[in-house]
Design a binder for this molecule. Sequence first.
Ligand SMILES: *Cc1c(COP(=O)(O)O)cnc(C)c1O
Length: 230
Amino acid sequence: MSAIADNLQAVLSRIARAAEAAGRSPLSINLLAVSKTKPLSDVLEAAAAGQCAFGENYVQEGVEKLLAVGQEKKLEWHFIGPLQSNKTRLVAEHFDWVHSVDRLKVAERLSAQRPADLPPLQICLQVNVSGEASKSGCQPADVLALCAAIAALPHLQLRGLMTIPEPVDDIAAQRLPFRQLRELAAQVQATGIALDTLSMGMSHDLEAAIAEGATLVRIGTAIFGERNYA
Ligand SMILES: *Cc1c(COP(=O)(O)O)cnc(C)c1O
């Protein structure tokens, strides 16, 4: 097996062990392979090993890769990076999911720009639950109103919430923001909006996220190795 295939197996084992420890089915957790900054050959290697969902953070890089891969491989492409409203069109035209919607203007543009012959764009609202320094993510107090507004847009399908907490080492501390996200999703569901996705957990904290109910973990480093931003 290639290094990437080995790493994928190791990540799937971590997911299965964490699911078992939480009394959950491993099948209730989807793996998104985050391929940002990595070459197309890495994506193809992971795809050959059976991985079908890929996450990208930069519009141009992601679109180049997904066009190069082509449609026949049936891969699923998730945009997970910060999204400025002047960059929404390419995302609406080419991706299947967007996890990083954090304001209504971006959602409205994605809906308006989604081509009519494609299925609705699958959306997660990004929430800044732990008050991290990063500017991305809406405030928890705005989640209910934003979900109601996004759910009403015609070419989007609101699937759930996403968060990127501050990195911490202690698993109990890691679980706190994930628990807050789960509780926010429950509040949204209580208003009658069906959500089926909690996009949370990365290479260093996927166990904590799964313990708190993650249905989709976004894993880069543990599959593709360290990123080099030089
Ligand atoms: C880069 C990135 C990931 C993957 O992070 P790793 O620590 O490499 O697993 C997940 N989610 C988002 C939003 C990212 O930008």
